[in-house]
Write a protein that binds this ligand. Structure first.
Ligand SMILES: Nc1ncnc2c1ncn2[C@@H]1O[C@H](COP(=O)(O)OP(=O)(O)OP(=O)(O)O)[C@@H](O)[C@H]1O
Ligand SMILES: [Mg+2]
Length: 250
């Protein structure tokens, strides 16, 4: 039985889509069968982070609508074996989707895959609830900005209200110099958000260049943010990964 993670944040632009793609790729690299789902209905971007933007693929609304099975719609990444992708529709809205169909979609995903990573839209609206509602666990992605941390704290409350208690935190775009200059430390962020720390991801221009070039981060770089997502995948799998990457700013 697989496990479903929703990647969420509250505030927009913190790195949810980057995280969904990189984490799913890192888990697939460990020989797990992983489904990466874009649930940002109408504002999809996950195809770009996975380097699959040129493909015309069936999307989640086709599966939820019953026109095609998940097994045949999930597209195996041509360059990352055992990573499968299901895009969001470009021209639908969340109100077109029956939440009960999402429930059976999620249980089917758990039957077929080891992990299902769902990329949620920003905010706390119906799109967020659709993406999160039937997940087993949530990963909140925040930056060090106070606004992002406050929104992440709100998301923790909303997730708990949805019955999700397995909630962890990634602090993304970490720039140690800014942390030092603003007298910030990671413990303060973890305390403010109220979720356990899964990992830190550094600010890394490879994230932007790889997306612009249509290459998955995993294949573009083995260092920086890419290595950080590898460590995070290891922690998800229960591996004992030293917290060395966190030391400079703890
Ligand atoms: N660690 C990083 N280093 C550098 N740039 C990053 C990093 N993480 C994300 N970015 C950049 O930040 C921007 C926003 O990232 P992304 O699209 O993943 O955020 P998002 O939370 O999914 O946004 P939205 O709320 O709009 O869905 C992108 O241009 C991405 O390349
Ligand atoms: Mg996004």
């Amino acid at each position: 039985m697989g496990k479903v993670y929703v990647i969420t944040s509250g505030k927009g632009g913190t790195g949810k889509t980057t995280t969904a793609a990189a984490l799913a790729s890192a888990l697939a690299k460990k020989n797990l069968k992983v489904l990466c789902v874009d649930a940002d209905i109408g504002l999809k971007n996950l195809d770009l982070s996975l380097g699959l933007s040129e493909m015309a693929l069936p999307d989640i609304s086709d599966v939820l609508g019953g026109g095609v099975s998940l097994e045949s719609a999930a597209f195996e990444h041509p360059l990352i074996p055992s990573l499968y992708f299901l895009p969001a529709p470009s021209f639908s809205s969340v109100s077109d989707i029956d939440p009960e169909k999402m429930r059976s979609f999620v249980s089917e995903a758990k039957r077929i895959f080891d992990y299902c990573i769902i990329d949620s839209p920003a905010g706390l609206g119906s799109g967020f609830r659709l993406a999160a509602r039937f997940a087993d666990a949530a990963v909140i992605v925040t930056t060090g900005d106070v606004t992002s941390c406050r929104d992440a704290q709100r998301v923790v409350m909303e997730l708990k209200a949805l019955g999700i208690s397995d909630i962890s935190l990634i602090v993304n775009r970490v720039r140690p110099r800014i942390f030092r200059k603003s007298g910030q430390n990671i413990d303060d962020i973890v305390d403010a958000v109220g979720a356990r720390l899964l990992g830190l991801v550094p600010e890394d221009r490879s994230v932007i260049i790889s997306a612009n070039q249509g290459s998955p981060l995993l294949l573009f770089s083995a260092r920086g943010a890419s290595a950080a997502y590898g460590r995070i995948a290891g922690r998800i799998l229960g591996e004992r990964i030293p917290a060395g990457d966190m030391k400079p700013i703890i």
